[in-house]
Design a binder for this molecule. Structure first.
Ligand code: HAM
Length: 429
């Protein structure tokens, strides 16, 4: 073999692929119910978008981006997240001037981060998310959290932990950053080199440091809640009041700061530990931002959004056996032609069945009938359609119900009628 897959990437095959399709379809339907529309931004963007948008103090920009020079010497980055690209799309296409606000979109696709691969952590993974841009109210923050919670409930993940916090307004955050600088200045000599640059670029990022010794120091750092302005406090109180009114359970976590620099006010994460004890960390996360659009040259407009990690959703559903049985759609009809003329008729019969929405497969291999039946069984087929030289001559087929083993001849013009009697039109909920 010439080469294996790139470290941190994975092939999504068979049952997993069906699982992804199930998740993505359900998420899409719910986003549509909330009146969000799909957008498909490009995978590559100019690197400066993420440096400015996600922030040069974030681990994503400092260590994790797949950045390269294109043939015209431009610095290009494979998107490490969607939000900055969506804001670029909104500004460039003047979407806030030409749409009702908030402008509400959802998206789904691969993102790339050069992280250390481990359980639930890949270098290429898929995010499904939403953004609502152009309305600054706590109601929209809560609508977005409600959308995420509705998705999780529809996936039967209602036991998810919704962690929520506020990063306050500019005044609150500036006061908090000063307090953090004062505190960490005393400990910096004992902290990792990354924290030294975080200290300069954005001391909030020190709170995300994963080095155990640094985490000990972080434990006693000042807390955001003690630096909130009155306006930030009352905005957050309104968010919590609305969540209560909607019966959405949450835990306020005053250590939650998120790892991307664009957030302000409400931030949240969804955590789920599967029954098997696997902790995938956050299966989704998001928050409110108010400078991002302006930073990229657009109007003064706030937004709020979240992204789910589709691999993580898949893993928790799989671990806890929460996929409906019907995601692995079996073949319904398996056609068994015996001889060359029968193969032509098999292709015609297959087309007719497929046009009538029966999931149909044909055995074009020259194997014995017994082997064909084994294949039909492995594929989970309900009905076999057998076509020999006699059937070709008489313009009929033999239909065998594989559950009851009863079989009968059927003229071609009664094919769909007979198959429907045998199989019915089972709908998978
Ligand atoms: P994030 O927390 O960086 O936020 O990522 C969102 C989700 O992506 C995480 O909760 C996790 O489920 C998944 N994820 C992150 N890294 C990996 C990885 N290496 N492998 C597998 N899954 C991963 C954002 O990306 C923000 N753009 C969310 C947002 C949208 N905020 C506002 N709007």
């Amino acid at each position: 073999m010439l080469t294996n897959n790139v470290k941190g990437t994975h092939d999504i095959i068979g049952e997993e692929s069906n699982g992804f399709a199930y998740i993505e379809n359900l998420l899409r339907q719910i986003c549509e119910l909330f009146a969000y529309n799909e957008v498909r931004p490009p995978v590559i963007e100019h690197s400066e978008l993420f440096v400015r948008g996600v922030g040069d103090g974030s681990d994503i920009v400092r260590k994790e981006m797949y950045t390269f020079k294109d043939k015209a010497d431009r610095s290009i980055t494979l998107r490490p997240e969607f939000t900055a690209g969506i804001m670029r799309m909104i500004v460039q296409n003047k979407l806030l001037a030409t749409n009702e606000l908030p402008y509400k979109v959802y998206y789904n696709g691969p993102v790339f981060r050069y992280e250390r691969p481990q359980l639930g952590r890949y270098r290429q993974f898929n995010q499904f998310g939403v953004e609502a841009v152009g309305n600054n109210s706590p109601e929209i923050d809560v609508e977005v959290i409600t959308l995420a919670y509705t998705i999780l409930s529809s996936l039967n993940l209602a036991n998810v932990k919704v962690l929520i916090n506020t990063l306050g307004d500019d005044d609150s955050r500036n006061a908090y950053k000063d307090a953090l600088k004062g505190y960490f200045a005393k400990h910096l000599d004992h902290m990792c080199p990354d924290c030294h640059s975080r200290f300069e670029l954005n001391p909030l990022r020190i709170l995300d440091c994963k080095v155990p010794e640094d985490q000990e120091i972080v434990k006693d750092a000042p807390k955001m809640k003690d630096y909130l302005s009155d306006a930030a406090k009352s905005r957050f109180a309104k968010v919590l009041e609305l969540l209560d009114a909607l019966d959405i359970p949450y835990e306020v976590d005053d250590t939650l700061v998120r790892g991307l620099d664009y957030y302000a006010e409400t931030v949240f994460e969804f955590h789920y530990t599967s029954k098997t004890g696997n902790d995938y960390g956050a299966i989704g996360a998001g928050g409110h931002y108010d400078k991002l659009v302006k930073e990229l040259g657009g109007p003064d407009a706030a937004g709020v959004g979240f992204s789910f990690g589709v691999e993580r959703l898949y893993s928790v559903l799989k671990d806890d056996d929460l996929f409906p049985h019907c995601i692995n759609t079996p073949v319904e009809v398996y056609i068994m032609p015996l001889g060359e003329k029968a193969k032509v008729m098999a292709a015609q019969v297959a087309s007719e069945l497929r046009l009538s929405a029966y999931r149909t497969d044909v055995c074009f291999e020259d194997v014995k009938l017994g082997n064909m039946f084994k294949r039909a069984e492995r594929k989970g087929a309900k009905v076999a359609v057998i076509i020999g030289e006699d059937e070709v001559a008489k313009e009929e087929v033999v239909i065998k119900n594989l559950a009851t083993t009863e079989q009968k001849s059927c003229p071609l013009d009664k094919l769909i009628e007979t198959i429907s009697e045998e199989i019915g039109n089972e709908v998978c909920e």
